[in-house]
Design a protein around this ligand. Structure first.
Ligand code: FAD
Ligand code: NAI
Length: 476
């Protein structure tokens, strides 16, 4: 006998588990299915983000940052550290513990909110929007479910480099790059995107010689030009060898290393050998195993589930959210869509504003932005004013010894409404929240310039960037 639910969510990543919790809060009978397992076979809800993405990468970024600070920054403060060393095994074990805490936290939240969790692969087995959709669970939590509404939140997986096999020993995707057992002497990274820079930073801080090979001619092409330029300068100073305009021609696995051949921006043949190679060239939607073809779930040519701006698929009462649909592949975007879909199922007006989704790259200095870049505004022919404020002129940043970078604000020339904020600097990931709130409330740069900010704080750099839009900084 099939169990009936109002809402069945397939996938317990940030899109799925949040959709399930919100739907349960709204009074629905909800089930969530997820197939991720720990090494011991126990369920590991949380998806890519919790298991091999946001959470473990930030755990390792923190460990490696502590190590780098102890080795380089502490001396300035009069703190001498002798015999500094890193125990990679312990660092990785700590990361695993952080991941497990998050897995368990989600299982607790399911219990608390009375979401029924099924561990296994969720598959469409038939049905329709009238009688309900039949969803079979295969695996340890095998079951037959019938759902009035289905939310597909099956996420994404790494994009492969044609002809290059990921063995997660020598050639690594994000999962392998988060679990290297010893610091590689020479680390190569294909793709200077978010994963390449974050995970590359981890191993560089621990001692790897880092070479990054990027296909596009520009470094961080989607980031505001001024920030991208500063980032390239700072990362190069940190020791990253960044090659842009690269066309990979061959990747050969040796007994002890991996050799990459490429043509550089001028067409010259180049070659280098690495102890490990990380391939981080983007991610692709994941729908394998879902059996969507059985019910005619429409995918686009790139494999994304086709949805409208409300996350409705082509099938009645079937919704899709997160990495498996169009838009940025970010955990918080997936979560926002999950909440909005649950609210729409309840007849409410769930809402996601794509213009105010923040982006963060957790390198050090961190990079964060929201809204339009200056190059986008130029391309749109928009008339705008720009103001910048460097952290060298911020008292808190000086006290911290973290003066690299700046805040840049872009505002409409006529209305002064904030159009974009771009930060490279300490804790940019935290600072950007003020800009997101301001933009959500339709603030003008003058609003931020007139708001009292605590002194001394990094957030004063945002106020000063707002003042800079009107050419009236007080501390520069
Ligand atoms: P996912 O998290 O991919 O979850 C999908 C889940 O569904 C998985 O558990 C999968 O196993 C399961 N599943 C798939 N098919 C089925 C099925 N048929 N039946 C049952 N279960 C199924 N984003 C940020 O915002 N900030 C960051 O700092 C950040 N860091 C990242 C670092 C790395 C290394 C990577 C790889 C990604 C990072 N991301 C980050 C991106 C973020 O992880 C994704 O955007 C986010 O996980 C997408 O959530 P989702 O719920 O759509 O899918
Ligand atoms: P990405 O899209 O950020 O970067 C991929 C890079 O690889 C691009 O610069 C692209 O030009 C380059 N590239 C593509 N093909 C190439 C080739 N053949 N040779 C050389 N370079 C090539 O993708 P990434 O880093 O794999 O991350 C995937 C997604 O995960 C990101 O888009 C992001 O949405 C998410 N993520 C988010 C994080 C965050 O929010 N802090 C952290 C890590 C990942």
């Amino acid at each position: 006998m099939a169990e009936r639910y109002d809402v069945v969510v397939i996938g317990a990543g940030p899109g799925g588990y949040i959709a399930a919790i919100r739907a349960a809060q709204l009074g629905f009978r909800v089930a969530c299915i997820d197939d991720w397992a720990r090494a011991d076979g126990k369920p590991a809800p949380g998806g890519t983000c919790t298991n091999v993405g946001c959470i473990p990468s930030k755990a390792l970024l923190q460990s490696s940052e502590n190590y780098e600070h102890a080795g380089h920054a502490f001396a300035d403060h009069g703190i001498d550290v002798k015999g500094l060393s890193i125990d990679v095994r312990r660092m990785l074990a700590r990361k695993e513990k952080v991941v497990a805490q998050n897995n368990d936290g989600i299982l607790y939240l399911f219990k608390k909110n009375k979401v029924a969790f099924f561990h296994g692969l969720g598959k469409f087995a038939g049905g329709d929007g009238e009688a309900g959709w039949q969803i079979d669970v295969e695996g340890p939590g095998a079951a037959n479910l019938v759902a009035r509404h289905v939310v597909v939140a099956t996420g994404s997986k790494p994009r492969a480099l044609p002809g290059v096999e990921i063995d997660n020993q020598r050639v690594l995707d994000n999962e392998g790059a988060l679990a290297i057992a010893e610091v590689p002497r020479r680390l190569g990274v294909v793709g200077a995107g978010v994963i390449g820079l974050e995970l590359g930073s981890v191993w560089r801080r621990l001692g790897s010689e880092l070479t990054v090979l990027e296909a596009l001619p520009a470094f961080l092409g989607a980031v505001d030009d001024a920030v991208a330029k500063e980032a390239q300068k700072v990362f190069t100073r940190q020791g990253l060898a960044i090659h842009t305009g690269v066309t990979i021609s061959d990747v050969k696995l040796g007994r002890k290393d991996v050799t990459v051949a490429w043509n550089d921006a001028s067409g010259n043949a180049q070659r280098a050998s690495f102890d490990r190679l990380v391939v981080s060239i983007g991610r692709v939607p994941h729908t394998a195993g879902l059996n969507g073809e059985k019910v005619g779930l429409e995918l686009d040519p790139r494999g994304f589930v086709v949805v409208d701006d409300q996350c409705r698929t082509n099938l009645p009462n079937v919704w899709a959210v997160g990495d498996v649909v169009r838009g940025p592949m970010l955990a918080h975007k997936a979560e926002e869509e999950g909440v909005a879909v649950a609210e729409r199922i309840a007849g409410q007006h769930g809402h996601v504003d794509f213009n105010t989704i923040p982006w963060v790259i957790y390198t050090w200095p961190e990079i964060a932005w929201v809204g339009k870049t200056e190059q986008q505004l130029k391309a749109d022919g928009a008339s705008y004013r720009a103001g910048s404020f460097p952290f060298t002129a911020n008292g808190r940043a000086r006290a911290m010894g973290e003066t690299t970078g700046f805040v840049k604000m872009l505002a409409d020339a006529k209305t002064d409404r904030i159009l974009g904020v771009h930060i490279i600097g300490p804790y940019a990931s935290e600072l950007i929240a003020e800009a997101v709130v301001a933009m959500e409330f339709g603030a003008a740069s003058e609003d931020l310039a007139r708001i009292c900010h605590a002194h001394p704080s990094l957030s004063e750099a945002i106020k000063e960037a707002a003042l800079a839009v009107d050419r009236r900084t007080l501390n520069l």
